[in-house]
Design a protein. Structure first.
Length: 127
């Protein structure tokens, strides 16, 4: 399926309609949101989610094939990053969504200081 999705950026590759129908619209849209060039197109697909996947595919192929070489697939947050988010959420008493935003804004040194304080506190608390 992923090879079919990425073929949207190549003018020469033309998968069969059957292969295109196997694409999950959610996964396709999420992949498109990984590039600043295609995020608006992903938003349009989100707004008009009832458009058949074949039409979504060919719309993106027509607009972006040959113009963009690579769109990374957004990976899920790692276990380490998830723990950091949870520590920030507890420390600042905010939601995990806000804590994810904080991680992007906070310096590495400050983040490490908070994590060290939190782990020291947890160790003392457990003793």
């Amino acid at each position: 399926m992923f090879k079919t999705i990425t073929s949207v950026l190549d003018k020469k590759k033309n998968p069969s309609d059957e292969d295109i129908r196997k694409i999950s619209p959610y996964v396709f849209c999420r992949w498109l949101s990984g590039s600043a060039h295609t995020i608006l197109a992903a938003n349009q697909i989100n707004l008009y989610y009832n458009i058949p996947i074949e039409n979504q595919y060919y719309m993106i192929k027509t607009a972006f094939a040959g113009k963009i070489k690579y769109i990374p697939y957004p990976s899920d947050i790692s276990e380490k990053e998830q723990k950091q988010v949870q520590i920030l959420a507890d420390y600042f008493k905010i939601s995990t969504e806000k804590a994810k935003e904080y991680i992007e804004l906070i310096s590495k040194k400050e983040l490490n200081d908070i994590i060290n304080m939190y782990t020291e506190y947890e160790l003392k608390k457990g003793t």
